[in-house]
Design a protein around this ligand. Structure first.
Ligand SMILES: C[S@@+](CC[C@H](N)C(=O)[O-])C[C@H]1O[C@@H](n2cnc3c(N)ncnc32)[C@H](O)[C@@H]1O
Length: 224
């Protein structure tokens, strides 16, 4: 019954918003810190942002600068020729795993809702087409790893991902374009066992990014 009500209501909140107001801190108690990384407004009124406790009361610029000191050398690209609704999810996950940059290929506009404001702390780049993205990667010696379950792909579960790379995802429907797959050093598929032809692109991106994390990240640097 509750589920039915939620799915009928277009404005119903998703699980991530149910916690609204439950996280956050009030005004700073005691003497204010003098370090410039602190935001005076937040010290005065509190900080209700969805950021880890270590960044409470920090300015956005200070948070980005701190993540920049330990970003991982993998990038993420998602094709956006049909206004893919999953990009927000991809950006949020890329932020969580401290990806270097998220590259939007195709349309510049994307639905920011799923990002839950994490795009403010994540480097983003736009490329008008696949060719521009490929040039960008060639100039930086960055191999493209396409993620799709197309013929000839190798299992992500056993693939060795390059430490420095561009993980590239396709859209619901068409999947990764042939042009992008042609430019990739390999295409990796995520093993499936049920009836569906594919999984959601945002979910696939999360799985692939975590595969990179398992292979290359130093867990000592993750948040406790
Ligand atoms: C919903 S899929 C659509 C294309 C898919 N090739 C098909 O046949 O239906 C959208 C994107 O999600 C990712 N994806 C979905 N399922 C995947 C899987 N099993 N392995 C690798 N990537 C997958 C890929 O990046 C893909 O381009």
């Amino acid at each position: 019954m509750i589920l039915a009500l939620l799915s009928d209501d277009a404005d119903a909140k998703g699980p991530t918003e149910w916690g609204e107001g439950r996280h956050g801190v009030g005004p700073w108690e005691g003497e204010w810190p003098t370090d410039e990384k602190y935001d005076r407004e937040m010290l005065e009124h509190g900080d209700t942002r969805n950021v880890v406790d270590a960044y409470r009361y920090w300015t956005r610029e200070a948070i980005v600068a701190d993540i920049d000191t330990r970003r991982h050398p993998f990038h993420v690209a998602i094709e956006n020729f049909e206004n893919d609704a999953n990009i927000g999810t991809v950006v949020r996950t890329a932020n969580a795993f401290a990806a270097d940059t998220v590259h939007i290929v195709g349309r510049r506009r994307w639905n920011r809702r799923g990002a839950m404001v994490t795009d403010r702390y994540q480097h983003l780049e736009h490329h008008a087409d696949v060719e521009t993205l490929v040039d960008w990667c060639v100039q930086r010696d960055l191999p493209i790893v396409a993620i799709d379950n197309t013929p000839g792909s190798i299992p992500l579960e056993t693939a060795e991902l390059p430490e420095k790379c561009m993980l590239l995802f396709g859209q619901e429907g068409p999947g990764v374009t042939a042009q992008a797959r042609g430019a990739a050093v390999m295409t990796c598929s995520i093993a499936q066992f049920g009836s569906t032809r594919s999984i959601n692109a945002g979910v696939a991106a999360g799985i692939a990014m975590h595969a990179w994390i398992r292979q290359h990240a130093d867990l000592k640097h993750s948040w406790p």
